[in-house]
Design a protein around this ligand. Structure first.
Ligand code: AMP
Ligand code: MG
Length: 327
């Protein structure tokens, strides 16, 4: 398969290009496209055969459900049973990096839901993404456009690295604005909202604006979000977490973070000036530093309870292959 790349102005995408991409989706093909979080690998969410191709192209385990991308809250209501809290949340936070898990309508195929009775929906804050969904005239199921287990792609070049020859088209809308995936919450029971994955919409912003407390899921509900178990976001060399404590550093390493250690063993570094920049550059940084001739990538553990710090810690711990529970 030949993968075609078409470049668009993210804010004002050429309708000929989004129209063509939309037709590919309609006819059961795969199109990678930019969202504000990371690049997505899209297919018609209502077409089981097209969705199967997503799992195949990524090498993704088939029990890991996909997010349905929509262009409006009312479109979402065709695919999930919206409750009052869902409408409030979509009112406040859509378009944006907040994914809602709700009871699925029957038209959502089982393969899109990873066999679950629920489905996840989100309206992306990116005009190109929405124009594409509108042109396709369906919901677009889209996980991140990387090979399963690799760092998520934040620009079209990273998509091409992983997906060339595996998908029909890449819509190149430049580098994404946010850099980490959406926050996923389960609002099936509005009395007990569960954090399934911290991400681009900070927990405290949702809690304060809506007046709710987001709870940690117990083991049974986490089983309902199988994606949280798999190895994720890992570059080709090991990632080690650095907590700024004095101690032994690796013999040779590349560093990523905000406060680099002083060490001759540091062969390369990417230094960020804020948590937002760190989150934005994290995945691209992993892809850049994995090509260095070093034993590992040392990444600084971001402290703090607000903003993107929780989502970034989640990505970092998964890249390093360690379990953290902080929900
Ligand atoms: P990804 O597509 O890799 O960004 O992952 C999507 C995330 O949403 C994964 O953590 C999934 O487990 C989660 N997710 C998607 N659909 C559902 C669902 N129906 N129930 C629970 N979690 C879901
Ligand atoms: Mg992913």
């Amino acid at each position: 398969m030949i993968t075609v790349t078409a470049t668009v102005d993210r804010w004002n995408p050429d309708p000929l290009i989004t129209g063509k991409a939309g037709r590919i989706i309609r006819s059961g093909g795969l199109v990678a496209f930019p969202t504000e979080t990371v690049y997505g690998l899209g297919a018609d969410a209502l077409n089981p055969e097209a969705v199967r191709k997503i799992y195949e192209a990524k090498g993704r385990p088939s029990d890991n459900p996909l997010i349905l991308h929509v262009y409006s809250p009312s479109q979402a209501s065709q695919y999930v049973k919206m409750n009052r809290l869902a409408w409030r949340l979509t009112d406040e936070f859509w378009p944006g990096p907040l994914t809602l898990v709700l009871p699925a309508m029957d038209i959502v195929p089982s393969i899109t839901r990873g066999g679950l009775p629920t489905a996840a929906v989100r309206m992306p804050d990116n005009p190109t993404a929405r124009a594409l969904i509108y042109a396709a005239n369906t919901a677009i199921a889209a996980p991140s456009a990387n090979l399963s287990g690799r760092p998520s792609p934040t620009d079209a070049e990273a998509v091409l690295q992983d997906m060339a020859g595996r998908i029909d088209m890449i819509v190149d809308g430049g580098s994404v604005t946010l850099g980490i995936e959406s926050t996923v919450i389960d609002i099936t029971n509005p009395e007990h909202v569960l954090m399934l994955r911290p991400g681009g919409m900070p927990r405290e912003v949702i809690e304060e604006r809506i007046g709710i407390t987001i709870e940690a899921p117990d083991d049974t509900s986490l089983k309902r979000s199988p994606g949280t178990h798999y190895k994720h976001y890992a570059p080709s060399i090991p990632v080690k977490i650095w907590r700024k404590k004095p101690g032994r550093l690796p013999k040779s390493f590349a560093f990523m973070g905000m406060n680099p250690p002083k060490s001759l063993a540091m062969k390369k570094s990417i230094i960020f000036t804020s948590i937002e920049n760190y989150a934005h550059g994290y995945f691209a940084g992993l892809r850049k530093l994995e090509t260095e001739d070093v034993a590992c990538i040392l990444v600084e553990w971001p402290e703090g309870d607000t903003g993107l710090s929780e989502g970034l810690r989640d990505r970092i711990s998964r890249s390093a292959g360690v379990e953290v529970s902080e929900n």
